[in-house]
Design a binder for this molecule. Structure first.
Ligand SMILES: Cc1cc2nc3c(=O)[nH]c(=O)nc-3n(C[C@H](O)[C@H](O)[C@H](O)COP(=O)(O)OP(=O)(O)OC[C@H]3O[C@@H](n4cnc5c(N)ncnc54)[C@H](O)[C@@H]3O)c2cc1C
Length: 180
């Protein structure tokens, strides 16, 4: 996985990208691949993240990959699927007990969107500012929060500083991009 700008600057095609990555990102992989035989052309994917909207409705809701997929590198998939599954089970029970799907399902939707957004912000911040992300990890005020966020604690982190820092930095970045 390499940033788009870097791809266009350093590589003419996906084969180049693999060569460049082995040379500059992971020489160890180059060593392991030295006797490997290429059996096909390399292929690139611009974006594999997706989300389903709406993901709750009358008598149904989506969890895990059926709802949203963020990023394979950060490995949130199993953790988020389980967290959403647990929360969805509660919402379903409340819907049956209260004979009303909207209140519990919309609460599940909002809770899920909140946590997924915090994870999406962290991932985007990392790819925009990889060096600064490493620097933030040295900050004792943020280190523990960032470790927990990387571990999947994105849904119940009210009052944490790191998510706000990431969100503000992304909004500022987007503003600058829009301005030219
Ligand atoms: C190559 C690869 C590596 C990954 N590595 C990681 C990792 O290291 N860490 C991590 O957290 N995540 C990883 N993920 C992502 C993770 O596997 C998914 O995010 C996670 O499994 C999603 O769980 P899920 O329950 O939503 O979906 P799934 O695990 O896909 O479960 C859906 C299940 O529904 C079944 N099913 C589908 N249609 C029907 C039907 N009509 N009737 C009955 N059953 C049906 C399927 O057979 C499947 O068993 C990886 C994914 C891939 C593809």
């Amino acid at each position: 996985m390499i940033p788009k700008d870097l791809y266009y600057k350093e590589c003419k095609n996906p084969d180049d990208a693999i060569e460049w990555g082995m040379q500059n990102i992971s020489p160890e992989i180059r060593r392991r691949f030295q006797n490997a035989e290429r059996i096909g052309d390399s292929q690139s994917m611009a974006d594999f993240s997706y989300r389903i909207e709406p993901f709750v409705g009358d008598g149904w809701l989506c969890i895990g990959d059926a709802h949203r997929f963020l990023d394979p590198i950060f490995s949130y998939g199993v953790s988020f699927a389980m967290k959403e599954g647990i929360r969805a089970a509660d919402a379903i029970k409340q819907a049956i007990d209260g004979n009303d799907w909207k209140t519990p399902f919309y609460a599940y939707r909002d809770w899920s969107n909140g946590g997924q957004q915090i994870a999406a912000d962290l991932i985007r911040y990392f790819w925009i500012y990889p060096i600064f992300f490493g620097y933030q990890m040295q900050n004792p005020d943020l280190r523990d929060e960032v470790i927990r966020l990387l571990g999947g604690c994105c849904f119940d982190c009210e009052g944490w500083k790191a998510p706000t820092i990431f969100r503000n930095a992304i909004e500022e970045y987007d503003r600058k991009q829009m301005a030219g």
